[in-house]
Design a protein around this ligand. Structure first.
Ligand code: PEP
Ligand code: MG
Length: 325
């Protein structure tokens, strides 16, 4: 099977009816980079920058951050890399960063909430990213965005850093795209303004699922009670994909469901044309999509989601579709 997936590496990733699907990989450390070539990923759809911070015993220096980001961009070559800014706090605590114990860490002082309050931290990281990307293309993505004001504040911070770097004679990135993760349901009700503010959006389905059903993603007793192929969850995902199409803003999904072939199939049926997953999932997902009639699936899935009386899991319907085709 490994052999078979390897032989698919050079195959263009296209559905049976000719729709191109971008398959990217998730990464977080230098050791992940050889997987780019091994998996045949088209780029890094999610680089979790907090991993460098989590494996360190002291705060990584600006120069260490810049060195890592440069190495990642160099390894990726022409392939795009999406760096997610620090997603710490909550359950990802840094021993060298003071914190107050929280009763609900997932809903707590984390990610952008913390980063925007500690501009020293975020500014250093943004500066390291911009310097590493000098003369290259770079994509920067904010985690756990809840409100558009966070996007505005982060954009202002980037603009200030770009001006500062220019003043010191640094060459700016050849292209800079700014995006946000959609992981908090509040964004589902401001999709149009959100799309107007961003160059791209990536759904963090692990967290979106957790907040959507109010189930701790790390607690199997409750997390397994709901299905990420539920009609109601798929409707939310489809709304995001459609808003992206309306505004011509690329929408991707980088949570674990992207790496499960049946879920990846559902995502394509919902209109996703780009997904990012752990490298070992790329082979199996590609094998699935090469035989997929995306149009037929979209029609069946739309009919199901458009039926207001449907609220259960779409898993059975999707499995049946997969078997029939
Ligand atoms: C997600 O929430 O789906 C995601 C990709 O981010 P993380 O798993 O790092 O929270
Ligand atoms: Mg997340």
């Amino acid at each position: 099977r490994q052999q078979r997936y390897r032989s698919l590496r050079e195959e263009p990733s296209r559905t049976l009816d000719g729709t191109a699907i971008g398959l990217q990989m998730n990464a977080g450390l230098l050791v992940d980079l050889p997987q780019l070539a091994e998996s045949g990923a088209e780029g890094i759809g999610l680089f979790r920058t907090e991993l460098q911070f989590m494996v360190a015993s002291t705060m990584p220096r600006a120069s260490d951050q810049e060195r890592l980001y440069r190495a990642v961009l160099e390894a990726a070559g022409e392939r795009p890399v999406t760096f997610r800014t620090l997603d710490v706090g909550g359950d990802k605590l840094l021993p060298y960063l003071s914190h107050t114990p929280e009763e609900n860490p997932a809903l707590g002082y984390r990610a952008m909430r913390l980063a925007l309050d500690r501009p020293g931290l975020l500014r250093t990281q943004i500066r390291a990213l911009l310097k590493a990307a000098s003369g290259r293309q770079i994509r920067v993505m904010y985690p756990m965005v809840t409100d558009l004001s966070e996007v505005h504040a982060a954009r202002a911070l980037i603009s200030r850093e770009l001006k500062l770097l220019a003043r010191f004679g640094h060459e700016p990135p050849a292209s800079l795209k700014i995006g946000a993760m959609l992981e908090v349901p509040s964004l589902l009700y401001q999709l149009d303004p959100l799309m107007r503010e961003l160059d791209f959006v990536s759904i963090g389905s692990n967290d979106l699922f957790q907040f959507f059903f109010a189930v701790d993603r790390g607690n199997a007793n409750v997390a397994n009670r709901f299905d990420d192929l539920s009609v109601v969850f798929l409707r939310a995902l489809r709304d995001v994909a459609r808003a992206g199409h309306r505004h011509d803003v690329p929408v991707s999904l980088c949570g674990e469901m992207a790496g499960r072939p049946l879920s990846a199939m559902a995502l394509i049926g919902l209109g996703f044309r780009n997904i990012s997953m752990a490298p070992p999932s790329i082979g199996p997902v590609k094998a699935m999509l090469l035989g997929l009639d995306a149009d037929a699936l979209a029609r069946e899935l739309d009919a199901l989601l458009d039926d207001p009386s449907e609220a259960g899991s779409a898993r059975g319907v999707l499995q049946e579709f997969a078997e029939r085709h």
